[in-house]
Design a protein around this ligand. Structure first.
Ligand SMILES: Nc1ncnc2c1ncn2[C@@H]1O[C@H](COP(=O)(O)OP(=O)(O)OP(=O)(O)O)[C@@H](O)[C@H]1O
Length: 375
């Protein structure tokens, strides 16, 4: 037997092992069972996984083994895996919910900044920008979640390289898969294969509500919500459930697209959300000879911003004009966001600048209870 200091060292090492899905130390999640060390320094550690077939099992076992083996005084490490009892699992979900039962986790008092990404038309690059912005924000060290609420064209999992991945479910709690440091939930994860979603309003409303209630995002700094194009049921549901969300409107430079893009911002405002900026995407494509091809014309971003600024206290800015980029398109096809793989690409650099801007912004006071009372 040892004097206990080796065991203390092992527990300290284990406190640095994160559950890859929940993104918290396994020691905080009560996943560590017994820790013992014999006089020769052979350590045995019991780990309790949340569920049978836990997809993160191999990663956790490997990380625990490495952590235990690295503790001072340990000569060999054995990891014994078991599964939590029903009571232990219930205690864990209770702990993660923080006593909150069946309520929306991003209420007006939440410190998470919420940005919805909306557009008038489809195919303007909303999902591509949402995914790359999220990854760029996570790369800056922020805790970021994405809800892909684009029910009819869910493409975020593919863009982030996790197409086909299903979330782990623990007693009604849904653990979102993590891609490039971002917690991601998508309607696409709940339908078979490439099946089309043809739900009506109430079903969409329930699903979005369930995402906001049952998906374990934890204490994230920023939540990005990729909305379907247009002004339909999902945009209205999000507006009702997250009235304090702030809105990014995406448009192409094509002036004809501006009017319809403006409408998506106007609908968001009707539910109390604030439009904080316009992102123009698919702007001029630079050629090797230095010329620029304006495939979609010019001026759409400025036009939407000008129209959305009318009658507002402060003008709505154009946050970026992101050029057409072969790398951005192919990075989306291969699941490798260019903000990580080719940050020097002009489109990537432009997205990273928007991420810097979002990271700098504080949480607005709109819809928030202030911490004093007026007598
Ligand atoms: N700046 C860009 N340069 C080149 N290709 C782009 C750019 N932005 C997006 N794309 C490509 O355009 C296509 C449409 O993009 P995306 O799926 O992100 O649009 P969307 O607005 O989310 O569409 P929808 O809402 O209809 O699903 C994709 O193939 C994407 O790779």
């Amino acid at each position: 037997m040892t004097d206990g200091s080796v065991e203390d060292g092992i527990r300290a090492a284990l406190s640095r092992v994160l559950d890859p899905e929940i993104r918290k130390p396994i020691t905080e999640l009560d996943m560590v069972g017994g820790v013992s060390v014999d006089a020769a320094g052979s350590a045995t550690v019991g780990i309790k996984l949340t569920i049978v077939g836990c997809p993160a099992a191999d990663t956790i076992e490997r990380d625990v083994h490495a952590a235990v083996a690295s503790a001072p005084g340990v000569t060999s490490a054995t990891v014994e895996i078991s599964i939590m009892t029903r009571e232990e699992r219930a205690a864990l979900t209770e702990k993660l919910h923080g006593g909150r039962t069946k309520t929306i986790q991003f209420g007006p008092d939440s410190l998470t900044r919420i940005y919805t990404v909306s557009s008038g038309k489809g195919g303007v690059g909303k999902s591509t920008l949402t995914a790359n912005l999220a990854v760029a924000l996570a790369a800056k060290g922020l805790a970021v979640g994405v809800i892909d609420a684009d029910v009819f064209g869910f493409s975020i999992p593919g863009i982030l390289g996790i197409a086909g991945m299903k979330p782990t479910q623990i007693d009604g709690m849904i653990l979102p898969p993590v891609a490039h440091g971002v917690k991601v939930i998508s309607i696409g994860m709940f339908v078979d294969g490439n099946a089309a979603v043809s739900w009506r309003g109430p079903m969409l409303h329930r699903t979005i509500q369930q995402f906001l209630t049952d998906v374990y995002f934890g204490d994230i700094d920023i939540l990005l919500v990729d909305l379907p194009p247009g002004t339909g049921d999902v945009a209205i549901t999000i507006g009702q459930l997250l009235p304090h969300a702030e809105v990014l409107v995406v448009t192409t430079p094509q002036p004809a697209a501006a009017e319809v893009a403006e409408r998506s911002g106007t609908v968001a405002r009707q539910t109390g959300q604030k439009v904080i900026g316009v992102i123009e995407n698919m702007a001029g494509l630079a050629q090797v000879d230095g010329t620029v091809i304006e495939l979609f014309g010019t001026g759409g971003g400025e036009l939407v911003a000008a129209r959305l600024s009318q009658g507002q206290d402060a003008p709505v800015p154009v946050l970026a004009s992101i050029p057409l980029s072969v790398a951005l398109r192919s990075g989306g096809d291969s699941g490798q966001p260019i903000v990580l793989s080719t940050p020097d690409d002009a489109a990537a650099a432009s997205i990273i600048r928007v991420a810097d801007e979002l990271a700098r912004r504080g949480r607005g006071l709109a819809g928030r209870k202030l911490g004093f009372t007026v007598r």
